[in-house]
Design a binder for this molecule. Sequence first.
Ligand code: ZN
Length: 452
Amino acid sequence: MTATASTDPTVDEATAERLAEALRCVTISREDPAETDETQFLRLATHLERCFPLVHEHLELETFGHSRLYRWAGAEDGVAAILLAHQDVVPVDDERRWTHPPFAGVVDSEFVWGRGAIDDKSRVMAILEAAEAALAAGVRPRRTIYLAFGHDEEVFGDDGAVRMARRLRERGVRAELLLDEGGVITQGVADGVHIPVATIMVGEKGYATVRLSVSAVGGHSSMPGGRTAVGRLARAVSRVQEHPFPLRMTPVTADMLSRIRVFMSEPRRTALGFAKVAAPAILRVLALRPQTEAMVRTTTAPTVFHGGVKANVLPQRAEALVNFRILPGDSVDGVLAHCRRVIKDREVSIELVGMTSEPSPPRTPGPWFETLAELAREVAPGIGVTSGLVPGATDSRHYDDLAATRCNFAPIILDSADLDRIHGTDERISRANYARLIEFNRRLFDRLARER
Ligand SMILES: [Zn+2]
């Protein structure tokens, strides 16, 4: 069974317009914080305060830069949940390719259009819509809930999420559930699965960028001697590329496969049933597609290559960047050691640059996973549910130690074209998906009032 247009939920004009106005705030995160347009974040803050008066009356708010940490006090001791979302968005590559300007916040009969419609303002707004409705209905959580809305997730959260997480740590917060962006419900994306599948992710891969560089004397290219800096660097990059990390089954991937095989038709279902005995064969199949390969190995991606200034001048320096997404069980140090081992060239210097992040500690889905799965089925009937790992880095890594269960998930139904819109062109959210997202959060608050 799949959701059909006639049974799709929707949101009214006022609700759609509140999201659209949030999308009109140009809260782009820049690598250089000095380039951030502060007025746009202030505009968003004002908008939130205007739209959600009960939230701002009843919840305590602490700000860290433009990040907003709300505390919704429970009737009893303890902290039930930390819900994360982020207010910032990525820049737009080529505005002319968009159907509507990316920051116009256009609403039509089916969609709300704009950068941030999926990632991640719809989640900020849906959580607040649900909290406002809960407060209006007199719902009060049994135990405390925190809402933490970062302002720099897209540039790794050092100013926002890190400080909010530190504050929670200072307060001795230990929550049962940490919920953030990451997994969604996909339709027609997983091979051999014919129903929409919710992937409730339970952790994320690590992240490291390694700079390879070669320095040389330089000189005239008519007398090059041996390898130039460019040639030596090219060999090093090629060695890294030709020596991928080994394929490996992790507990999360094994859990994901065992959950997803139920929704598969034969012969895949039977084949996956042998996943343990036939692990090498399964791994080889998963490695065939980039999306599934990412689940079973630390991936290697040479992304930048610079060197030389002129065709007839020997380069004095050449450097390349290689980006790694690290599977639980591997580590940032392990990536460096791997590079040294496969490059085997003392003339190539190897170092980490920029943000690094260790993979999540291996965890298997806990009781809250099942609760979220239930809520997802309630707002999107007929779906299957599986687990997984976020391939990228989210703010939740900064909070990983603050909760027993961590889930990355939003119950919106996307196909592969929709997935390309995230950080891409024509980002938009359907009214149906936005309604699901709000309803999911309302039901979550109801559960937290009754404690599951
Ligand atoms: Zn995001």
